[in-house]
Design a protein around this ligand. Structure first.
Ligand code: FBP
Length: 245
């Protein structure tokens, strides 16, 4: 279970309430024992992640984009703002990198990713690719065929794991997981759902389809009781015995 907290960059502080706007509050949730990683941009890591104090492994997201270029005519591009060495210095166990598959800037992101992947692996870091189909050439970002293509690309680019959207049903998602080969698959959480059981059902189904876990943000830290949501999700992901609390 990875706790995602790069939303301040990707969506702006509108995603946060008075609790979740504070990165220190998030680090406590991440360190609660339910999570196997916290994902954030370098500024949050530098200022709020203490490698001598926090037990949860750190994944530094190396690129990002704001939502201000969302016109249909504007193709998405996620730009690198942090190096592998900086991530290492911050205490990272792994690095994260977004590729908007299908974007007119896809080649630029793949080229940057290839450099990052090479260097991160040489230096012993885990590499996780956010494989998001996006842009005017993409008809649907939950299409099983398109997500399978993204998953396969993640494997071919030598990602240890990919983070990807759910297709919406177990059978088609099995195909996505199969396309990823031995690259591990994490499923994104998405906007907060109103009915918690829908979240738990999706978590269960994605694991049933072969995903290794969830890389989830809003559905945890926007919840009234984040640790209760984390506990329920951990029960699904690890099985109850593995919960460390
Ligand atoms: P959520 O669980 O909140 O959806 O977080 C997953 C995530 O991939 C974040 O890492 C990232 O900030 C955000 O979703 C990207 O959202 P968008 O789909 O709007 O680009």
């Amino acid at each position: 279970m990875l706790l995602a907290y790069d939303h301040g960059y990707e969506h702006g502080p509108a995603d946060f309430d008075e609790r979740s706007v504070d990165p220190a509050w998030i680090m406590n949730i991440a360190d609660s024992g339910y999570f196997t990683g916290v994902v954030c941009q370098k500024g949050i890591a530098a200022r709020y992640y203490d490698k001598n104090k926090h037990k949860v492994p750190l994944i530094v997201k190396l690129n990002g984009k704001t939502p201000f270029h969302q016109e249909a005519s504007e193709e998405p591009v996620s730009v690198q703002n942090c190096t592998v060495d900086e991530a290492l210095e911050l205490g990272a166990t792994g690095v994260g990198f977004t590729i908007y598959v299908g974007s007119e800037f896809e080649n630029q992101m793949i080229k940057e990713f290839a450099k990052v992947e090479r260097e991160a692996h040489e230096k012993g870091l885990i590499v996780i690719a956010w494989m998001y189909p996006r842009g005017g050439h993409i008809s649907s970002d939950t299409s099983p065929d398109i997500l399978s293509y993204c998953a396969r690309l993640g494997l071919e680019l030598n990602s240890d794991a990919i983070k990807i959207k759910y297709t919406g049903d177990i059978d088609s998602f099995r195909g996505v997981v199969r396309a990823a080969g031995n690259t591990k698959v994490f499923v994104v959480g998405g906007p907060k759902v109103d009915i918690p059981n829908d979240l738990y059902r999706t978590a269960y189904d994605t694991l049933e389809a072969g995903a290794v876990g969830l890389a989830i943000g809003r559905n945890v830290w926007q919840a009234k009781n984040p640790l209760e949501v984390a506990r329920r999700l951990a029960g699904i992901v690890y099985g109850n015995e593995a919960i460390k609390l």
